[in-house]
Design a protein around this ligand. Structure first.
Ligand code: GDP
Ligand code: CA
Length: 327
């Protein structure tokens, strides 16, 4: 079975671990979000690709969900001693090596997809990990900075890098718009459209619908390829009981005019894209609303508390795919 998964960071990576357990013989291609990518200290950092790679490759900091296990921060401290920031983005010493290798290879002319493959030679994630595009796409968030009067730019409307919004501001001010800068001109990376065309099923893990999966779908050709592939497309809700399980997805959903509920996210993707949608058992009451939008819906436990629970979620997603295929 060939499975294509569109993935962000933590939600995508943890789900993939369960999927590998549930379908050990499947050929899994992961199309990773690169809208979160940022240049820091002259290095190209790809947070979502790395979260998938480290999680599946056994190098992740389990508690945190991102970054390396057994990490130290000497380099960051040394940079801070020189007054070189940003201090709000936590890059550890082990993690830095990944960004150095990536930046070096990009500088030598390799596209990001080839670089990612090379990094995966070390991590052996057990899936094929492809960035959504080799072209630069950077998610920006339009905000009005709080009028504290303390900084010259307070009270001003500005577009800031997604990481600055998410990590520095912790989404503490409303996101007025989300713009995947560069997406319109971006082309899917080599292998992306081919994997979709050859897939038996496409899964949307419980990743952020706006800044993870939404960004991938903003690359021209990807949404169309999925809609036209003629295979079941099944998603799992990242919203449980009207709130994100982790993080601040409600803030970016509000920016695109979508309420923070499992049913609203399904409607946001729409029946033109989604065939099936899993909501958590606490949201069983919303299944009818999803079904009336033309999307087959089941309520099952959706908390990725451990590998067994996550594998069971993956089995449910594959079962729903089978069900819509037979319909
Ligand atoms: P990010 O790039 O690291 O933010 O990760 P993703 O976009 O892949 O996933 C983030 C989403 O995962 C958040 O909106 C969370 O609500 C969701 N999420 C995290 N853990 C769980 C879980 O155990 N169950 C469900 N259903 N969603 C989860
Ligand atoms: Ca992300």
């Amino acid at each position: 079975m060939r499975i294509v998964v569109l993935a962000g960071g933590i939600g995508g990576a943890r789900f993939l671990r369960g999927l590998k357990r549930a379908a050990p013989d499947a050929d899994i291609t992961v199309i990773g979000n690169t809208g979160d990518d940022i240049h820091l200290f002259g290095l190209k950092v790809c947070p979502d690709l790395d979260t998938v790679m480290y999680t599946l490759g056994g190098g992740i900091n389990e508690e945190q969900g991102w970054g390396r296990a057994d990490e130290t921060f000497h380099l960051k401290e040394e940079l801070a001693a020189y007054g070189v920031g940003p201090e709000w983005f936590g890059l550890g010493d082990r993690d830095f090596a990944t960004h150095i290798v990536r930046t070096q290879m990009l500088g030598a002319g390799y596209p990001l997809s080839a670089v990612t493959e090379a990094l995966c030679d070390r991590w052996k994630p057990g899936v094929r990990l492809i960035p959504m595009s080799d072209d630069r796409v950077e998610t920006h968030v339009a905000v009005t900075l709080p009028d504290s009067g303390s900084t010259p730019d307070s009270g001003e409307r500005r577009a800031i890098h997604f990481q600055e919004y998410w990590v520095r501001l912790r989404a503490s001010v409303p996101a007025e718009a989300i713009v995947p800068v560069g997406a319109e001109q971006a082309k899917p990376a080599p292998g992306v459209l081919e994997a979709i065309a050859a897939a038996d099923v496409v899964l949307f893990p419980p990743s952020n619908p706006v800044v993870s999966i939404g960004t991938i779908l903003a690359v021209p050709g990807i949404r169309e390829a999925i809609a036209e592939a003629g295979v079941p497309v099944v998603g799992l809700s990242p919203i449980v009981g009207d709130a994100p399980v982790r993080g601040m997805a409600d803030k970016v959903l509000a920016a695109v005019g979508v309420e923070s509920s499992a049913a609203a996210v399904a409607e946001h993707y729409g029946s033109g894209l989604l065939d099936g949608w899993l909501v958590d058992t606490v949201d069983a009451g919303s299944a009818e609303r999803v079904e009336s939008a033309g999307i087959r819906c089941r309520a099952v436990p959706l908390m990725m508390t451990d590998l067994d629970a996550t594998a069971q979620m993956a089995r449910e997603a594959l079962a729903l795919a089978q069900e819509v295929r037979g319909a």
